[in-house]
Design a protein around this ligand. Sequence first.
Ligand code: GLN
Length: 264
Amino acid sequence: MIQPSILKLAHLYPAEMNVYGDRGNVIALRQRCAWRGIALEVTPVEPGDSVDWAGFDLAFFGGGQDSGQSLIAADLLERQGPGLRAAIDDGLVLLAICGGYQLLGHYFITHTGERLPGLGALDVHTVGGSRRLIGNIVIEVGVGGWGLGAGSFVPTPNPQPPTPVRLVGFENHSGRTYHGPGVRSLGRVLSGHGDSGEDGRGGAIYRNTIGCYLHGSLLPKNPQLTDHLIDLAMRRRYGADVAIAPLDASLELRAQQTMTSRLL
Ligand code: GLN
């Protein structure tokens, strides 16, 4: 079989929604694709753009200040809403961090009381609190009903990722996010605050959409998740039997291991 070589990614509102280097997630996806001979074509989606969501394999939606979220919330809901929701239901591979995650839920009430309507693609809602939840965070995925499910991470050679996988990141949010029955939790919080700071849930999953509070940037620090997203996108575009080539991630995994041993 000829190795397929193109994936298309939509980057939602890169100017308004990019804190803590969230753009690094797109760079990590592009680089780990390139090392495998896959060209990742990145299209920024700005307020007012018309987008054919059916043409995209992946999407990324970064975090932002309450003010940035307020600037793009109406465009997200009204202009992109129908197409993006349909694509999510159709298995678009979407990663959303912090402010982006909040806006994929039903609504976000900021700590000053402004109500931002969300896309409603994820069955979560968010309410701002007076104390910000800040610091390094570790969540454990893939065990005991938490996370992506056994075997769903692409094995990376040399060394094999530990099971369960512990994702590391940095969180800074006033919003507390509460899950409804329509999402699964991405992970269990081992260190840090997580979605609500109360219930140990770290991130949510619906179909191939993942939302969580892990800045970092998340994907450069956690190559298992980067490869999982690339794998999902390749299979969605080119068929279930397409396997992505294994890639060395030993340096990244050593850094990840260093952080988990510092924090746990
Ligand atoms: N403005 C949101 C909050 O504080 C999201 C912050 C972020 O994306 N870092 O909850």
